[in-house]
Design a protein around this ligand. Structure first.
Ligand SMILES: NC(=O)c1ccc[n+]([C@@H]2O[C@H](COP(=O)([O-])OP(=O)(O)OC[C@H]3O[C@@H](n4cnc5c(N)ncnc54)[C@H](OP(=O)(O)O)[C@@H]3O)[C@@H](O)[C@H]2O)c1
Length: 257
């Protein structure tokens, strides 16, 4: 029996590691990313591992293109699992005061509307089949407002809420929805952040934890566990106390190269 898995943001970091993790004989992988050369390399690696690969060099913000591609793929290979992973991160630039406005608006489009453009097109077909799985990439940043990345925290809180709402809605339709909230993972995105990165982990370990969490149908897949709990507890503290405690947790984000 074949299984079809769609991964957005498959050209780098977590998405690339997930593509490697799911690439196997009997799996059709639908890989999305904008960088054509990196997409070609990730696809070639997945084919070598035995997967059938369909690529899409699409910007996840392009709603029409995402609907057209996803629905065509679903007609050819009914989608079992869609992982809306593509995302960007912005924050206070080195020597600056607040994240650049254009970057913040772009971030909200990618991290919120891009996630919707990845998930929404396949929901009707999954509901009609009475089965399917959706994974949405959020972050531990969803649990706590951070002074140095307002738009990133807001975007990740938005998709956490979106995913858990879909989970509540679609559970009785046979569709499993999980939201992934990791801490620091060693990827090109993380390297742009200048500041403390407690409990950071390799991208391979993160991909394994995500895959295991999805097999177990966890509502929220958050890791490392201790850091996730600490962050969540910090997030529910009264504002004045939380700000006192987070005073030393400041960082900057270098511009995208
Ligand atoms: N690294 C961490 O510490 C960490 C922690 C928590 C959550 N996350 C989340 O994990 C996800 C992956 O991050 P990462 O660390 O793997 O970052 P990364 O190495 O920078 O990879 C980001 C991926 O997203 C894709 N992407 C970005 N904008 C896109 C767009 N408009 N359309 C299509 N693809 C787009 C990029 O592909 P192209 O450049 O080819 O378009 C790339 O494949 C993000 O949602 C991030 O917020 C990361």
């Amino acid at each position: 029996m074949t299984r079809t898995v769609v991964i957005s943001g498959a050209t780098s970091g977590v998405g690339q590691a997930l593509a490697q993790r799911y690439a196997a004989p009997g799996t059709v992988l639908g890989l999305i990313g904008r960088d054509v050369e990196r997409l070609r390399r990730v696809a070639a690696d997945a084919r070598q591992r035995g997967a059938t690969v369909v690529t899409a060099a699409i910007d996840v913000c392009d709603r029409a293109a995402m609907y057209a591609w996803s629905r065509q793929l679903d007609r050819d290979h009914p989608i079992d699992l869609v992982i809306a992973n593509a995302g960007v991160m912005e924050g206070t630039p080195p020597g600056g005061v607040i994240e650049p406005a254009n970057a913040a608006y772009d971030l909200m489009r990618t991290n919120v509307l891009g996630v919707m453009n990845t998930v929404q097109p396949v929901l009707d077909a999954m509901v009609a089949r009475g089965r399917g799985q959706v994974a949405i990439m959020s972050s531990i940043a969803a649990f706590i407002p951070l002074a140095d990345s307002p738009s990133y925290c807001a975007s990740k809180s938005a998709v956490l809420s979106y995913g858990l709402s879909l989970r509540a809605l679609l559970a009785r339709r046979g569709i499993r929805v999980s939201v992934i909230c990791p801490g620091y993972i060693e990827t090109p995105m993380m390297l742009r952040e200048n500041g403390p990165k407690p409990f950071k982990m390799s991208v391979e370990r993160a991909a394994n934890l995500i895959a295991t969490g999805l097999e177990r149908d966890r509502a929220v897949i958050s890791f490392p566990a201790f850091f996730a709990w600490m962050t969540w507890l910090n997030g529910i503290l009264p504002d004045c106390l939380r700000r006192q405690l987070s005073r030393s947790f400041r960082f900057t984000v270098s511009p995208r190269g």
